[in-house]
Design a protein around this ligand. Structure first.
Ligand code: UD1
Length: 351
């Protein structure tokens, strides 16, 4: 295996992107990170570098839809492969602002592909989501499950996957690895990196964490009338460190052969909203308050991965569970009650 050495990470300052930067630096990759900071802050890079003990090769503030600026990055660096995280990712929000979601997620991906093409870069690891399966029903879902997106967010990811499949079909020099993750959660075990969304968190784990630290009064449980054992929706939560390890393993497998391959990333274990509240309550040492609220538009009852394919092919499997995720998310939230912006600023020099 001949892994790429210089990797461009889009959305490098985001939740998964920042953890991925650590993982790639830890494994000897040169990392070029781009982000428009729409839901993140450049402060994370100093933390990434502190954990990894190495510098990020270069950091750029840009929107990947801005092709001339993105192209200049490819001009300056000899990029071998791209890991593409930059996107909006909240189901509920996407039902309120569909055009924004398609523009950023689909338009961002096509702009990136055109730029990669112009620069002869043909290796991509794409951040997809189990959300593409939609309301597929009960039981673990494998990659053969027909996609049935139920929200603009889900549709945007599914459209990107179809575009990537077309690109690989038309241009046999491309290798695209699509990773459909279920619900990434948790934080780096150092407590220096974690999930810090702007404004009110849309996703469950960061919301619960903010309740735990006293920033929000109580969790609203969206729907208690789902056909599940406790009536709340079931998801397959995957530790962010397991998630980014899978990306690093994917980079090692880009040279296995051209074409597009799609893999689920999950644990195969479902947890309900109430399971998460209970696990987080254990982690922070007090029962967390919650109230019943109506179902959230676009949500589905259950999404659990059959992620056996990626284990079979690459040998990757998650090693952390919900208890680990809550412990690590709580450590980050406890150390950063108001998130990164509320913490002391460390100067960060753009390279
Ligand atoms: C969605 C995507 C998933 C993607 C993730 C990105 C779907 C079905 N899944 O996850 O592919 O990886 O975004 O982060 O689109 N909940 C509450 N109260 C809250 C917040 C959430 O009860 O305040 C519930 C939701 O209704 C849902 C569960 O918690 O049942 C998880 O929600 P969330 O964390 O937003 O993730 P998904 O919507 O499942």
């Amino acid at each position: 295996m001949n892994a790429p050495s210089t990797v461009l990470v889009t959305g490098g300052a985001g939740f998964i992107g920042s953890h991925a930067c650590v993982e790639l630096l830890d494994h000897g990759f040169e990392v070029i990170a781009v982000d428009n900071y729409s839901n993140s802050t450049p402060q994370v890079y100093a933390r990434v570098e502190r954990i990894a003990g190495r510098f990020v090769g270069a950091v750029y503030e840009l929107d990947i839809r801005d092709r001339p600026t993105l192209s200049a990055v490819f001009d300056r660096h000899s990029v071998d492969a791209v890991v593409h995280f930059a996107a909006h990712k909240a189901t509920g929000e996407s039902t309120r602002m569909p055009v924004e979601y398609y523009d950023t997620n689909v338009g961002g991906t096509t702009a990136l592909l055109r730029t990669m093409h112009e620069h002869g870069v043909h290796q991509l690891v794409f951040s997809s989501s189990c959300t593409v399966y939609g309301d597929a029903g009960h039981g673990p879902l494998d990659e053969t499950t027909p996609p049935r997106p139920t929200s603009p967010y889900a549709a945007s990811k599914w459209i990107c996957e179809q575009i990537l499949a077309d690109v690989c079909h038309r241009h046999p020099e491309y290798t695209v690895l699509c990773l459909r993750y279920f619900n990434p959660a948790g934080a780096h075990p150092s407590g220096l990196l974690g999930e810090d969304p702007r404004g009110t968190p849309e996703n469950l784990m960061p919301y619960v964490a903010q309740v735990a630290v006293g920033r929000r009064e109580q969790l609203r449980v969206f729907g208690t009338d789902y056909p599940t054992p406790d009536g709340t929706a079931i998801r397959d939560y995957l530790h962010v460190m397991d998630t980014v390890e899978a990306h690093r393993v994917a980079l090692d497998h880009l040279d296995d052969g051209p074409g597009m391959r799609v893999y689920n990333l999950g644990t195969g274990k479902g947890s309900s909203v109430l399971d998460v509240v209970a696990a987080f309550s254990d982690a922070c040492g007090r029962p967390l308050p919650s109230e019943v609220a109506p179902r959230r538009p676009g949500d589905v009852a259950e999404l659990v991965a059959d992620a056996s394919a990626v284990t079979r092919v690459w040998g990757w499997r998650p090693t952390r569970d919900l208890t680990d995720m809550c412990r690590d998310a709580w450590r980050f939230q406890r150390l950063h009650p108001r998130g990164y912006e509320g913490s002391a600023r460390r100067p960060h020099t753009k390279h």
